[in-house]
Write a protein that binds this ligand. Sequence first.
Ligand code: FMN
Length: 236
Amino acid sequence: MKIAAVYGFLRKESTYNTASLLLESLKSKTECEISEFFLPKDMPNFCVGCFSCIINSEEKCPHYEALQPIVKVLDEADVIILASPVYVFDVSGQMKAFLDHFGYRWMLHRPSSAMFSKIGVAISTTAGSGQKRTNQTMAKSLSYWGVRKIFSYGKAVRASNWKGVSPETKEVIKNDMEKLSQKIISEYGKTRKNPKIKTRLMFHLFRKLNGKDAWNKADKEYWKAQGWLDSKRPWN
Ligand SMILES: Cc1cc2nc3c(=O)[nH]c(=O)nc-3n(C[C@H](O)[C@H](O)[C@H](O)COP(=O)(O)O)c2cc1C
């Protein structure tokens, strides 16, 4: 199982340890090839809003060189993990800056067909609350990229670092990660990997928008080249 983990932090504390427990549990069940990216170290840039990726090509993004190695690993992964601590009730700034760079990949524009068979996982930890919203932010991107099945896990750890997390809470997280890894393995083993109805509906709406009166030539040409304006679908 190829796993790509993108971390919206540099410090290896509660969020990192939670994600690590999941990775450990997955490793105990199947052979895993894991690639990890830490933000902002591995992608330090903010989106500058130039629209180049959307209107021209992702290669025209001023941060293409930093982004491309990560994009390649994401495309090759079976499982994509996005993990962020809760900062003021949402993802960390570096995670948001990272996700902004994938605007061109939102389903309306130029989603990669590779995404439609993948499993996504959103993980967050918080002192008290905000984990739901934080996971929604990451899960929303995964969903609009086309990711087939998305799991979310958020935990209020009542601490500012891993050392401060109580042994009881650590035990709960460990058990939860064990259960989550079982779900991921079972999803990974499925032979039928059809997308959800919601994904199909979104795809058909965006197919219409990329038809006759499409506003963005680059998107329309991409959809045409994929055969999606005809009968081909990214999940077939
Ligand atoms: C800038 C900042 C903002 C935070 N905002 C919230 C918040 O809105 N709600 C909350 O309950 N905890 C908040 N926290 C606490 C962290 O979410 C919590 O300690 C989390 O487990 C930290 O993850 P880490 O140990 O992986 O860094 C914030 C912490 C920081 C540094």
